[in-house]
Ligand binder design. Sequence first.
Ligand code: ATP
Length: 229
Amino acid sequence: MGIVRGRGGPPVPRLIASGLACMRNEQVIIRDVNMTLHEGSGLIITGPNASGKSTFLRVLCGFIKPSAGRLLWDGVDLSQPGLYDLYRPNVHLVAAKDAIKKALTVYENVHFWEMLEGGEGRTTGALETMGLGHLAQEQAVVLSMGQRKRLQLARMLAVPRPLWLLDEPSVGLDAEGVEILEELIAQHRHQGGIVLVATHVPINLPDALALRLPPRVPQFRQYTAADYA
Ligand SMILES: Nc1ncnc2c1ncn2[C@@H]1O[C@H](COP(=O)(O)OP(=O)(O)OP(=O)(O)O)[C@@H](O)[C@H]1O
């Protein structure tokens, strides 16, 4: 994660969104979103329900292509062919849907992900950090909502990546869990990582930037069977 510098100039921002827009189903979900983030940055994204916070994170993680605007990573415009594929391994999204496999053990849920991503040896430590070590050999089906969130965060820790995109990461966590989360974010930023948090719940990210998305007024239309296919 070395600092990228222009020739003799200040560090190049790691992540830039410029005039970013996203349409889904012929609806504008987000428009003209701008941000510039350097190593160690934190950004708290707020906005009313349906304002596009989750959509914005999904665009940033490369699941949805922007409809307009530009996204740059280390100064490179990701709209160029093939570059999203190179960028994606830098990003970890903690989404509302947790993709936890109930039939696997807690350990396997993290280890499976770690192996998929080419890592090895971090699963046990990640579970311990999230206070799930004692449940490692239990099937994930027994986990409570807050424990599932802890498992999601353990998966993130098992595969180190510079850019964390966290969608409502504290929902379901108890006070101790929130404290661990805030400490992890602080450590990650201290090591040069970047953390974006979309949330309705206040979270302590010292010196974080703020982005508030405006309310969306959806254009309702008649839906057809094709929309649900
Ligand atoms: N695949 C999709 N197709 C069509 N519309 C979508 C799709 N995904 C999301 N949307 C619409 O995008 C809008 C924004 O949704 P999103 O989940 O990004 O908002 P949000 O700000 O995260 O909301 P909340 O605060 O309720 O979590 C919603 O109106 C939703 O219906």
